[in-house]
Design a protein around this ligand. Structure first.
Ligand SMILES: [Zn+2]
Length: 105
């Protein structure tokens, strides 16, 4: 079972307490964007085999959204961090590099 630490309240939450929110760090496109950029925002996702950055919501707890970095193959969790970031923090990238030398996001 997947267990993630909610960075908002600090609770270790089982996946039954969480709601998935898809890929993290998407660039939101609006009325001024091109059709191609808006299509990519709506439909195109990385769906990697390996390290992935995801949005999760602590639905059965504090209700806050957060991001998690984990491996989609092994379910290894590299860390969680607040959703109010435009990219993964340095300590998360360092944790990934330590366990996946040569990884390139
Ligand atoms: Zn929480």
């Amino acid at each position: 079972m997947l267990t993630l630490r909610c960075p908002a309240c600090g609770v270790m939450a089982d996946e039954t307490e969480l709601a998935p929110g898809g890929e993290a760090h998407l660039t939101r496109e609006g009325p001024g964007s091109t059709d191609e950029a808006f299509e990519a925002y709506l439909f195109l996702r990385k769906n990697p085999r390996g390290v992935h950055f995801e949005r999760w919501r602590h639905a059965m707890g504090c209700g806050k959204w957060f991001h998690a970095a984990r491996c989609t193959v092994t379910l290894e969790v590299f860390g969680t961090y607040p959703a109010q970031t435009s990219g993964p923090p340095e300590e998360i990238l360092a944790a990934i590099e330590a366990r996946r030398p040569g990884w390139q996001g």
